[in-house]
Write a protein that binds this ligand. Structure first.
Ligand code: MEV
Length: 312
């Protein structure tokens, strides 16, 4: 028997922009998915006991199947000769935007590494998880699986030429409180990424300007984060949400949740991950503020999760 974990993640800056080689900032959550691999009786048996927002696993059924096939291929598994049973569990509640598919891939890759005694490095495990991410959700940037494998706070920049990606760890003195609020709907990353690509092809000039605005914003965010200037980080998150609205990946519920969080005192709030549904992240340093923002969102009917980022 072997086990492995993959962290959930939240993107503070740069979802979608990261696909085009711009830097993004992500943080691992303390919540994770755990994979347990044992010898099976026939082929590949897969049991998914992860908690979910209603409908998540059904919506992602095909994606999950593709991820499992990619992992079987990547690890060269001969399931006729050596049948396996994989069981998923853990406290990460699967939802769109929380890196659940990357956590699935990372946890299984880690568990297979143990079970097959391959002694892979973190980066090799990350490559296996990346292969599964791409098979499941189309050409991915790699930010989700990198965060899921490494944990912590990271600056991630995809090398579009195919070389090594930039992965820089930012250390903060003290983890900071956030609220993740759920819009109640799940989206397919592959579809939304394709929609953004089509829009970019239609409006190249607008995207050029937005990319330049985003680059400046992200550089300021990196400086603010390094100084732990949460007020500034929050204000920049709001600006990032504005750019995400422009590329049409926000939606009515996300915009409504953002207003509620800001009115309740959040330092900043924006959609996180794929968008057009999924999750909102609100930056709420201190437990009192976190509680206040979560209560305001709950009162408006949105399910919330209180957690921290910056844990190593
Ligand atoms: C999804 O969590 C983040 C996206 O930028 C897609 C990707 O980076 O692969 C939307």
């Amino acid at each position: 028997m072997a086990q492995g974990i993959g962290f959930g993640k939240t993107i503070l800056f740069g979802e979608h922009f990261v696909v085009y080689g711009l830097p993004a900032i992500a943080a691992a959550l303390s919540d994770f998915t755990e994979a347990t691999v044992v010898a099976g009786t026939k082929g590949l048996e897969f049991i998914d006991n992860r908690p979910e927002t209603p409908g998540y696993k059904e919506t992602k059924k095909e994606e999950i199947g593709c991820q499992l096939s990619a992992l079987v291929k990547h690890f060269n598994l001969d399931l006729e000769k050596k049948p396996l049973k994989i069981t998923l569990s853990g406290n990460l509640v699967c939802a769109s935007g929380i890196g659940a598919s990357a956590a699935l891939a990372a946890s299984i890759a880690r568990a297979l590494n143990e079970e097959l005694k391959l002694n892979l490095s973190d980066e090799e495990v990350n490559q296996a998880a990346f292969a599964a991410e791409c098979a499941g959700s189309g050409p991915a940037s790699g930010i989700d699986n990198t965060c899921s494998v490494y944990g912590g706070f990271i600056i991630f920049e995809k090398n579009l030429q195919g070389g090594k990606n930039r992965i820089e760890i930012i250390k903060v003195k003290k983890p900071v409180e956030i609220v993740l609020a759920n819009s109640g709907t799940t989206q397919e990353t592959k579809k939304i990424v394709a929609d953004v690509k089509a829009l970019k092809e239609k409006k190249p000039k607008e995207f050029e300007k937005m990319f330049s605005d985003y680059s400046k914003l992200c550089n300021s965010a990196i400086q603010a984060l390094k100084k732990e200037d949460w007020k500034k980080v929050g204000a920049l998150m709001g600006k990032n949400h504005g750019l995400l609205q422009k590329i049409t990946v926000s939606c009515k519920e996300l915009d409504k949740m953002q207003k509620i969080a800001l009115n309740a005192g959040a330092f900043g709030a924006k959609l996180t991950g794929t968008g057009r549904g999924g999750l909102l992240i609100a930056l709420t340093p201190g437990e009192k503020l976190q509680e206040k923002v979560a209560n305001a969102l709950k009162k408006a009917g949105f399910a919330c999760q209180k957690t921290k980022i910056g844990i190593e």
